[in-house]
Design a binder for this molecule. Structure first.
Ligand SMILES: [Zn+2]
Length: 59
């Protein structure tokens, strides 16, 4: 299981994105960010994903 803390991604939010794979983390994270933080899919740039990739934890 991999997790990504929304707070560490720069949001004032306690949500933790979970997934079995990095792909799943990005899919679930994008869903959360667009639904709860008003991000647009185009806001999730390769640079942003690169930053997020460094924040993913294995648990
Ligand atoms: Zn959040």
């Amino acid at each position: 299981m991999k997790t990504l803390s929304c707070r560490e991604a720069g949001f004032d939010c306690d949500y933790v994105v979970k997934g079995e794979t990095e792909e799943e983390i990005f899919k679930n994270g994008a869903e959360h960010a667009t639904k709860d933080h008003g991000l647009k899919p185009e806001d999730i740039t390769p640079q942003f994903k690169e930053k997020l990739r460094g924040l993913i934890r294995n648990s």
